[in-house]
Design a binder for this molecule. Structure first.
Ligand SMILES: Nc1ncnc2c1ncn2[C@@H]1O[C@H](COP(=O)(O)OP(=O)(O)OP(=O)(O)O)[C@@H](O)[C@H]1O
Ligand SMILES: O=P(O)(O)OC[C@H]1O[C@H](OP(=O)(O)OP(=O)(O)O)[C@H](O)[C@@H]1O
Length: 215
């Protein structure tokens, strides 16, 4: 990895477009080809940056290991991964929330050994431990809403945004857990060794975020 360029770990997928939009608003020249490319490493020397494009859940791993200096990750990922990185700014993009959901017929009083399906086993386990409820967690990798319908789990813990997926699958939200937005994260060593570049980036992004919030 180049030491002169600031390496930014970006999440592919849902967050990508909004995160790139913020960077452009903050004055970083990100070429158009960035939006469509299949490349996983893109250098933008005119902005002094190298971007690495990772799976959203993996961004904190790249930043913790220092192969990326900074990155963008959802709060859900931060809570699940618990990596040794600094979370320095709430970018207030890709807003959604985590919720517990079940079939409308679900009766909590009859639920003696509850099974909870989720893509987020750690976050789910922490949540139910804090609630003082003992549960069995079933880790799935997607289509979580399927689990209660086919009888794999009693409840699910998943992200809700529009609520359409729950609705179309006949599930109801029974607890709202945590609001989620994307965060700007920093490797602790890079924060010292590249403080000038990183401080400037945080300041510029913070300004754009506060302008967006004021709109
Ligand atoms: N409706 C939503 N569903 C899931 N994630 C959302 C939603 N809205 C915003 N997010 C944010 O987007 C991130 C997930 O992005 P995305 O769905 O592209 O990744 P993924 O779940 O890893 O994708 P994949 O479908 O490839 O497994 C989450 O970490 C969360 O912070
Ligand atoms: O409230 P909504 O707007 O419907 O969004 C929430 C849904 O979107 C996500 O799934 P995704 O599309 O990432 O598919 P996945 O289940 O395979 O993770 C999430 O896991 C929910 O299922």
């Amino acid at each position: 990895m180049s030491k002169s360029l600031l390496t930014v770990a970006m999440p592919k997928g849902r967050i990508f477009e909004e995160a790139v939009g913020l960077l452009r608003q903050a004055g970083y020249a990100i070429p158009e080809e960035f939006d469509e490319s299949r490349k996983l490493i893109i250098d933008v020397p005119e902005s002094g940056m190298r971007f690495i494009l990772a799976k959203p859940m993996d961004v904190p791993t790249y930043v913790e290991h220092g192969v990326a200096d900074v990155g963008v990750a959802g709060k859900d990922v931060m809570l699940e991964e618990e990596r040794d990185v600094y979370e320095v700014l709430d970018l207030k993009i890709s807003a959604c929330y985590m919720a517990v959901a079940a079939l409308p017929s679900y009766d909590p009083s009859a639920d003696v050994a509850p099974k909870i399906a989720s893509k987020y086993p750690k976050l789910t386990s922490d949540y139910f431990r804090e609630q003082g409820e003992q549960v069995e967690i079933i880790k799935l990798n997607g289509s979580i809403e399927l689990a209660p319908i086919v009888g794999l789990a009693d409840r699910i813990v998943d992200i809700v945004s529009t609520g359409q997926t729950l609705k179309e699958n006949g599930l109801v939200e029974i607890e709202t857990m945590i609001p989620i937005t994307s965060r700007f994260i920093v490797n602790p060593v890079s924060y010292r060794t590249k403080s000038k570049q990183i401080d400037e980036m945080v300041d510029r992004l913070a300004e754009v975020v506060s302008e967006e919030v004021a709109k």
